[in-house]
Write a protein that binds this ligand. Sequence first.
Ligand code: PMP
Length: 363
Amino acid sequence: MGAPNAELIPEAELAELYGQPAEGRYDYAATEGNPQLIDQIVAYQARLSRHIDPERVLVTTGGMQGLDIAFKLMVDPGDLVIVESPTYTNGIATALSYQGQILEAPVDDDGLVVEALPGLVEAAGKIPKVIYVIPNFQNPSGRTMSEARRLKLIELAEHWDAFIIDDDPYGALRFAGENVPGFDELSPENHRIVSVRTFSKVLAPGLRVGWIELDPALRTLAISAKQSMDTCTNAPLQQLVADYLAQGRLESHLETLRSVYAERKQAMVQALQRTFDDQVETTDPEGGFFLWLTLRGRYAKINTEELFPLALEFGVAYIPGPAFADSGAFTDALRLCFATSTPARIELGVQRLHDALEAMLKR
Ligand code: PMP
C-alpha cells in the first residue's frame, strides 16, 4: 500500500503533544477547519516556498475528502473528466461516483502528455469539465510533470473553461533532482485550479487530516458540501497537527523521510536492474513512494492480475496495473511501493517477484 510504516511515524512526539491541554480540543471545530491549523498550514507551506491565502484553505478529512468535495462540486453526470493513464484508483472511483465520463490520457517521463489532449477531446466530441492530475511523483508511476507541460495545461484549462484538480500528496517528498514549480505558482489564485493536499504521506495516514485550496467563492460551496459530509474534520486531531506544525517539527521529520526514501528507492531500482536486466522496464522517481514496472521480453505476455495470487504465495505483494485505469489497461504492468520496507526487505521482495514470474512461465 501507499503508506509509511510505523517506524517512520513520530508516535512518541504525537502522543506527548496530544496529552497537552488545548482549549476546545473536544468541541466541534469550524467546518472550514481549526483556525490555528489553517494558520499553521499557511506557515508550513510558506516554509516550502508556497504562498497561500488562508481564505482559500479548507481543512478536509484526508486527501480523499478533498477529492470527493472537488469532484462533487465540479462534475455533473456525463461531464468529461480527463485523467492520466495510469492514475490513482480512488481518483477514478470518485469521478465515476459523480457519473463523470472518464477520458484516459497518456503519460510519459514528463508526465501527462498535454499535447495529446486536443486530439483526444475532439475525438470525445465534448470539452472536459475537469482535468485530474497528480503532478509530482505520481501514483502509481512515480513520474513528475514538466514545467512546460504544466503551463500548457493551464492554458488548455482556460481555453476549455475546465477545472484542474491538482492532487499532490507527495510533492514535499522530493529526494533528488530539481523542484518543479506548482500549478498555483505558475498561475497564482487561478479560480480554475483546486489543490488537494494531505498529511497522510508526510506525517501519518490514520490522522485523516488534509486540506484543499480553492477560489473563495468555490470554498463557500465546498464548506456547505463538507457540512453535510462530516460537519468538521476530527477536532482533537486537527489540534494535534496544528501543535505539531507550530513546533516546527515537520521539517526535520521531512528531512528524515527524504533520506530514508532516497535510500529505499535506490535499493529497489538497483535490485530490479540486477535481477531483471532488460526483462522489465521501470520508472526512476525523484521522490514519493512508488515506481511503475512494465514486463518486457520473456515476461511480456504475463498478466499481472493473474500473477498476483502466485506472487502472494511467494511472499511478495504489489498492485496490478489494471487497478489504475478504468479501461483495464496495463495488464503487463504493476506498481511497487519502496516507502514501506527496508532495503534488505526490498531486495528480498524483488527476488520473490522474480521467482514468482519464473514460476508463472512454467505454468
Ligand atoms: N491522492 C493520491 C494520489 C494518493 O496517493 C492518496 C493516498 N493513497 C490520496 C489522494 C488520498 O490521501 P488520504 O489518505 O489523505 O485520503
